[in-house]
Every structure is written in C-alpha cells, then in structure tokens.
Design a protein around this ligand. Structure first.
Ligand SMILES: Cc1ncc(COP(=O)(O)O)c(C=O)c1O
Length: 347
C-alpha cells in the first residue's frame, strides 16, 4: 500500500481527498481500451504516436516532450538525476516553496539531497524574494507548482522567469502544472527561452486517467536528456498509451468537466461564506478550507458519512485546514450537505 492510501478508502465512498477527476475518463477512452488487441498487450509499447499526439496537443516539437508514468515518476526522475549526493561534495539542494506537494520533499530525501523549505507568505502569495534568497551555489532543483497544491493559488509566470534567471548553471526549475487545465495559464510557450525550465503535465486530473498513470515532461532536449536515464525504458504501459490518444480526441469531455469544476467551486465558496469558513479562491480542482481546531473531527465526521477529505493542517501555513476536491457538481452538493451536517453536529 502506498503512503497515500488507507485500506478503507479504496473505492467505497466519495473520494474528495486526492484531487482526482470525480467524473472519470472519457467514454472514448473506455472504448479504446476495450478495443485493444492481444498482440498490443503482448509487445512492449510503442510511444511515437502518443508522444506526437501529446506534443501536438501542447504545441511543442516531439523532441521536447517525454512521456512518463504519471508526473510522480517525472519528479522522482528529476530528483534522482539532480539531487544525488557525491561523496565529499555538499548535498545538492532542492528549494520547495511551502505549502507544497509533499512528494517534492519526499523524493529529495530519497535521492539524498537537502530540502530547503521556503515558508509561505500572507494568503499564500508566491514568496518570490524568499525563494531567491534561498538560492545558493548548491541549488540543483527548484520545485514550483502552478497553480499550487494544496492552496489552489497561482504564481505569476514572471516569478518563474526571475527564478530561472537566478539559479546556478546546471540547476533545473520544475514547473509542475498538474492543475494547469483548470487555470488556463502555462509556462510552455516560454520554454524555448528558458532551457533550464521543465514543465510537468499529467493526464490524471482534467483527463481522468489517474488509474492508468501517464503524464509528460516538456523542456529543452538537453534538460530532458539529463533526466531520462532515471526513467525506465518502458515505464508507460500500453493501456495508458492507448488511453491518452483517445482522451486527446475528446476535448469536449474535458471542457464539460472544467465547467463542472468551476460551478463546484462557486457552490463551495458560497457554502463556506454561509458557514463562516475561511477559504482561498482556487485556480485548480480543489479548495483549501480552514475549519480551525475541529479539523480532525470534521474529517472523521465526513468519513463516517462516506466522504473522504484531506487533512492539510500539518502543512506550513495551513493550520486548521482541509482540502476538498471540487469535481462534478452533484458530488460537491453531496459534500456541502455533509459539511453542513458535520458542522451543525459539532456546534
Ligand atoms: C502538484 C502535483 N504534482 C503531481 C501530482 C501527481 O500526478 P500524477 O498522477 O501524474 O503522478 C499530483 C497529484 O496529486 C500533484 O498534486
């Protein structure tokens, strides 16, 4: 079992704790999977067509894109290639602006690097000056997420440019755009001017392919070549290859889901206003909500009613906070009803 899972969570109940797509993938993906042939499964997977489809989708040349087994694999590969310690040398450093996706710190530790955490600024505005002050000659990676998880707050592309200009030669700035479809902005058009920046994308969120594990890294061929040795040759399986091509042929499915997410956030903000709960406006498919010191009982109360929420109260700047996935409107309505019940019960 991974560090994400609890046994009871598997598929029972409404999963609003991992920012997944609560509506699932396009029916075209299911049809493509059902139409797979035995020989496709029997052979190692070919990647050219799927890579080209993804490159076309993101508007880049295929040599600037590398398929990966979910963005998690890309983050681990970057860590293993850039943050490994060489005997006698100071530990390579990764800068992580907090609160952050916990895997950045986890993978930095696995690789043997030193995680330099930058504390949050007021209302989670991006702490650019503090990030720049954290840059040292030992900086090898800066992990940025736009929009950020767990806050949903975006950073400016200008801040990314400034950081990319300041890091030492050989360092890589990762812009993790796991939630970019919900936010619209992306650093991808800037990449040709910033060969030390790599953008990470995933098909787990807006496209609903989390169970199949597929994403990509986009950047200069040189930057990708430095990361590639830590990505197993056939790490993306044939079902994910087939699925991503089908998913990209159904943009309406994504557009409809983005509409649901926008409406879900509007409903959740209104509910928080009614219930007098602080929240942060999110550019992603989740909302961080502050419920104070009742956070554990809140989450337990929701879980008892079949809804899983994510406790983020131990993350820097997130004291008393939980994170709620905002997917299909009907799921958000269910969640709001439970929040109201739990809150009234706790009052
Ligand atoms: C910021 C961020 N990056 C990466 C991932 C992992 O994406 P994938 O499912 O493609 O491994 C997540 C998943 O929650 C995430 O929140």
């Amino acid at each position: 079992m991974s560090h994400y899972e609890k046994p009871a969570e598997l598929y029972a109940g409404l999963r609003l704790h991992q920012n997944e797509n609560t509506g699932g993938c396009s029916p075209r993906v299911l049809a493509a999977l059902a139409a797979m042939r035995a020989d496709q499964v029997g052979y190692y997977p070919p990647y050219a067509a799927a890579s080209e489809a993804c490159a076309r989708h993101f508007g880049v040349d295929p040599d600037r894109l590398m398929l990966i087994n979910g963005l998690d694999e890309g983050i681990m590969a970057i860590s293993m290639m850039l943050l490994r310690q060489t005997p006698g040398a100071p530990a390579p450093e990764a800068i992580v602006p907090e609160p952050a996706f916990e895997i950045f710190g986890y993978d930095t530790n696995v690789a043997g690097g030193r995680c330099v955490r930058v504390m949050p600024a007021r209302d989670f505005q991006f702490p650019l000056d503090d990030v720049l002050a954290a840059v040292t000659p030992a900086t090898r990676v800066v992990f940025l997420t736009n929009p950020n998880n767990p806050t949903g707050v975006s950073m400016s592309l200008d801040a990314v440019r400034t950081i990319a200009r300041r890091v030492p030669a050989g360092a890589v700035v990762l812009v993790d755009e796991a939630y970019a479809e919900f936010a619209v902005t992306t650093f991808i058009p800037d990449l040709p001017a910033f060969p030390n920046v790599v953008v990470g994308r995933t098909f787990s969120k807006a496209y609903g392919l989390a169970g199949l594990r597929i994403g990509c890294l986009i950047g200069s061929p040189d930057a990708l070549d430095r990361i590639r040795p830590a990505v197993p040759v056939y790490s993306v399986n044939i079902a994910a290859v087939v699925a991503v091509e089908a998913a990209l042929q159904d943009p309406d499915h994504v557009t409809a889901y983005l509409r649901e997410v926008a409406e879900s956030k509007r409903l959740l903000y209104a509910a928080c206003d009614r219930l007098d709960l602080k929240y942060w406006r999110s550019d992603a498919n989740f909302v961080l909500v502050a419920v104070g010191d009742r956070v554990k009982s809140f989450i337990a109360g929701a879980e008892a009613r079949g809804i899983y929420l994510r406790d983020r109260s131990c993350e820097p700047g997130c004291e008393g906070c939980l994170r709620i996935t905002t997917g299909l409107v009907r799921h958000t309505q269910q969640c709001i009803q439970v929040l109201e019940e739990v809150l009234c019960g706790a009052a």
